[in-house]
Structure formats: structure tokens, C-alpha cells
Design a protein around this ligand. Structure first.
Ligand SMILES: NC(=O)C1=CN([C@@H]2O[C@H](COP(=O)(O)OP(=O)(O)OC[C@H]3O[C@@H](n4cnc5c(N)ncnc54)[C@H](O)[C@@H]3O)[C@@H](O)[C@H]2O)C=CC1
Ligand SMILES: O=C(O)C1=N[C@H](C(=O)O)C[C@H](O)C1
Length: 215
């Protein structure tokens, strides 16, 4: 496929380009904070940039009318409204975490939540590399949204950690911990590749990575 990346010079952009090139896909459009370069019209766009870039991403998708795979975090309600509008015309796959492990963990969180009552404390802890700009992580927000109460979240920014998430469920006398740790960016880029390869066959609409994994 011929694809474009917004955020191509970033840590994720570089890792995505490496995996996609190994899979035989061709980067024909690239954009970052310093500008854009288009060799040919891409068949789809992949956005792993920053919230500040989001208005530009919306403009690019509206102009080109091509599908979007987006993993950028820090997006708010107004941004999701815009994603829903884009999804009326093109397929959009959005997830704050494209790893298979976190998507399994999110199922487990919902399952545990069904067993416990208000007597249980629930807290989420996340650790990421020192360069990460947003706090708490998109994944921590995504996991807390699965539970119908306010959840305390704890963030650490340490060294080059790729991404660790822990969800604690504790009552008096016992604690249950669900934990996921990415030990390379491949945890995410493999999910991005799977999404990009499937998105060209999808009808317009807003899809999660879980939709892609389970269909
Ligand atoms: N959903 C997922 O599975 C994952 C999501 N992420 C998210 O992906 C994003 C990127 O992460 P990293 O690559 O580590 O960040 P990074 O800081 O290394 O890269 C950011 C990229 O965005 C570009 N950028 C910044 N402002 C821009 C603008 N106004 N217009 C166009 N491009 C702009 C930068 O030039 C750079 O290429 C973050 O939001 C991060 O949280 C990261 C890993 C996995
Ligand atoms: O910035 C990162 O690196 C990551 N960001 C995502 C998030 O905010 O949840 C996903 C992953 O944990 C890596």
C-alpha cells in the first residue's frame, strides 16, 4: 500500500516506517512540525503525533478523503466529535493503545469490575519514558473510562520505559493487580500495521483497535 504518516520524524513515526517498509509498503506522504512532503497521493494516513497537530490532521483527511489510523493521545471530547464527523465519510481506526496485550487487559478490567462492589478500591498506575508529553497516558484514561466511577491515576516518567500500566483492585484483605508492560515499540507498531492493512476494506465509520482484533 501507499501510505502517509503524520508525526513521521517522531519515535512512533520512525518505528512505523521501519515495520511498514519491511512489509513492503511505501511511504509517499510525510508530515511533522517542520512541514510536509508528498510524493504521491497516499491511500491512507497514519497519525502518531501530538494533540497540537490534530486540527491539521482533520484538514488533511478532509482534503484527501482517505482513511485514517490514529494513535495520538491527549485528544479530548471536541476532538472525538471531529473524528466522528470524519468517520461519516471515511473509515477511521482510533485507539490510545494498539498493543494486543492492552486490549486483552481492557476486557479483563471490565470482567473484574462486574464482580466487585463499592467496597473495593480501584487505582491505575502508568510509567513511560521521560520524553512523553501527556499525563496521564491515553491508555490509563481509556482503562478508567471502562469503570463507572472516578479512578485515581498515578503517572511516572522514567528513562526509556516503553509503557507500563497497572490496574489495582483492592478490598480489605486482598489485592488483585492486572499489569501490562510493552518492552519495545513493536508492541504498538504491529497493531498499526494490522489496522492499516484492514482499513482499506472498511466502510466509513469510527472503529476501535478492538473491533479490528475481533473481526
Ligand atoms: N496509540 C498507541 O498505541 C500509541 C500512542 N502513542 C502516542 O503517539 C504520539 C507520538 O508519540 P512519539 O512518537 O513518542 O512522540 P514524538 O514526540 O517522538 O513525535 C511527535 C511527532 O509529531 C510531530 N508533530 C508535533 N507537532 C506537530 C504539528 N503541529 N503538526 C504535525 N506534526 C507535529 C513531531 O514533529 C514528531 O514527528 C503521542 O501522542 C503518544 O502518546 C505512542 C505510542 C503508542
Ligand atoms: O507515548 C507513548 O510512548 C505511549 N503512549 C500511549 C499512551 O499514552 O497510552 C500508549 C503507550 O503506552 C505508549
Amino acid at each position: 500500500m501507499k501510505y502517509g504518516i503524520i508525526g513521521y520524524s517522531g519515535r512512533m513515526g520512525e518505528a512505523i516506517e521501519k515495520l511498514f517498509s519491511q512489509a513492503g509498503h511505501e511511504l509517499v506522504y510525510q508530515k511533522d512540525e517542520n512541514g510536509e512532503k508528498e510524493i504521491e497521493k497516499p491511500e491512507l494516513i497514519i497519525d502518531f503525533s501530538l494533540k497540537e497537530a490534530f486540527p491539521e490532521t482533520v484538514k488533511v483527511i478532509k482534503e484527501k478523503e482517505i482513511p485514517l489510523v490514529i494513535g495520538t493521545t491527549g485528544l479530548d471530547e471536541a476532538d472525538f466529535k471531529q473524528l466522528n464527523q470524519l468517520a461519516e465519510k471515511v473509515a477511521v481506526i482510533q485507539s490510545f493503545n494498539f498493543s494486543i496485550g492492552i486490549n486483552i487487559l481492557s476486557e479483563l478490567v471490565s470482567k473484574v469490575d462486574n464482580y466487585i462492589d463499592q467496597d473495593w478500591d480501584i487505582e491505575i498506575s502508568e510509567t513511560h519514558h521521560r520524553f512523553k508529553k501527556d499525563k496521564p497516558s491515553g491508555t490509563a484514561i481509556m482503562l478508567s473510562d471502562l469503570i463507572d466511577r472516578d479512578i485515581d491515576m498515578h503517572s511516572k516518567r522514567l528513562g526509556s520505559e516503553f509503557g507500563e500500566h497497572e490496574v489495582y483492585f483492592a478490598s480489605t484483605g486482598e489485592v488483585l493487580t492486572l499489569k501490562h508492560r510493552a518492552y519495545s515499540r513493536e508492541a504498538f507498531t504491529k497493531g498499526v500495521l494490522l489496522s492499516a492493512e484492514k482499513i482499506l476494506d472498511l466502510n466509513p465509520g469510527l472503529y476501535s483497535f478492538k473491533d479490528i482484533l475481533t473481526n
